[in-house]
Design a protein around this ligand. Structure first.
Ligand code: SF4
Ligand code: MG
Length: 320
């Protein structure tokens, strides 16, 4: 297995009236081809910004995003347009990401037209129909509009659009969070089938621990713009080591897919991502915080094989 995507020391800062928002702050990881990296954390932790910066929907402040060895943060507009075919995004809310004035066929055809993928109208129609079959949208819906469809079908349009240019890598930003629980599993299963058939690589962003457990090969846990833990999915659920991950995963209910928001288990104020103080970002809520935690940032360290944690006291806390 080789890494399709490698992110190195990526930073995305935003200037605000109150100071500099460190939305993504020195994040590094890689994703192997054909695999899913789940990115979890509470809302506002920077996971969507991370996804968008990887696709260069935001320009990075610092760091590298290597896709098949090429640094996306450095390519010019023309190269970027080429790369965009390979790298797509599925959005959280299919309703607001789809133009309501366009029919299903127009929505699915749009990327194909922009990238001149079909040489004739007949070829375009055929390709749209194939994509509808692929994502399980009945062909009779071809002339309907998004508002006439339920959330699941709208998200199938989003998936069809993302697939239309035959991408290799897809950032999925909370793709099932806006859907009814009964429909979430259908869309997740569709995405898993497509991954298998097409050897797709996913960066799957969610705040839902049940979803991330279901879909991921590896899991990255974010807290206020930083990576606190990174491990294989099974290992993460069996043996979470960071105090934040422990609290986050303690909130996972059974059966799977029930949960909407993680329950609030943590006490203490969330520190501000604007001009953050030195030290561990989690110190204000961590029951184990010491003076060292408040003054020095812990780096991400490989604590067990393939299992990375950013915590000064990880060995003590877990008796490793
Ligand atoms: Fe808690 Fe300190 Fe570890 Fe941060 S570094 S998670 S404050 S023990
Ligand atoms: Mg988000």
């Amino acid at each position: 297995m080789s890494a399709l995507l490698e992110v190195k020391n990526l930073k995305k800062y935003f200037r605000t009236a109150r100071g500099t928002l460190h939305a993504v702050d020195d994040v590094s990881f890689s994703v192997e081809e054909g695999k899913t990296l789940g990115v979890v954390g509470e809302s506002g932790c920077g996971k969507s910004t991370l996804g968008r910066t990887i696709l260069r929907l935001h320009d990075a402040t610092e760091g590298q995003v290597l896709y098949q060895g090429r640094d996306i943060t450095q390519v010019n507009r023309r190269e970027l347009k080429q790369l965009r075919q390979d790298m797509q995004m599925i959005f959280q809310d299919p309703f607001s990401s789809l133009d309501p004035r366009m029919s299903v066929s127009q929505l699915i055809a749009e990327p194909l037209i922009i990238y001149k993928k079909c040489s004739s109208r007949a070829a375009l129609i055929q390709k749209v129909e194939e994509l509808m079959d692929t994502v399980g949208l009945a062909r009779r819906l071809v002339n309907t509009y998004p508002h006439e469809l339920d959330g699941g079908r709208r998200q199938r349009i989003g998936v069809a659009r993302a697939l239309s240019l035959d991408p290799k890598f897809i950032v999925c930003d909370e793709p099932v969070s806006a859907l009814d629980v009964s429909i979430q599993a259908q869309i997740l299963n569709l995405m898993q089938d497509l991954q298998e058939e097409r050897n797709l690589t996913y960066l799957f962003i969610t705040h839902n621990m049940s979803v991330v457990k279901h879909i991921s090969d590896r899991i990255l846990v974010m807290y206020l713009g930083t990576v606190v833990e990174l491990a294989d999915a099974q290992e993460m659920f069996r043996n979470r080591l960071h105090p934040y991950t422990k609290a986050l995963l303690a909130a996972v209910p059974i059966p799977a897919l029930r949960e909407k928001q993680p329950r609030k288990l943590l006490k203490g104020e969330i520190s501000s991502p604007i001009d953050p103080k030195p030290g561990c970002r989690f110190a204000s809520r961590c029951p184990y915080a010491t003076e060292l935690c408040r003054t020095q940032s812990p780096g991400l360290e490989e604590v067990l094989p393939g299992h990375y944690v950013s915590c000064h006291r990880v060995r003590e806390i877990n008796q490793l």
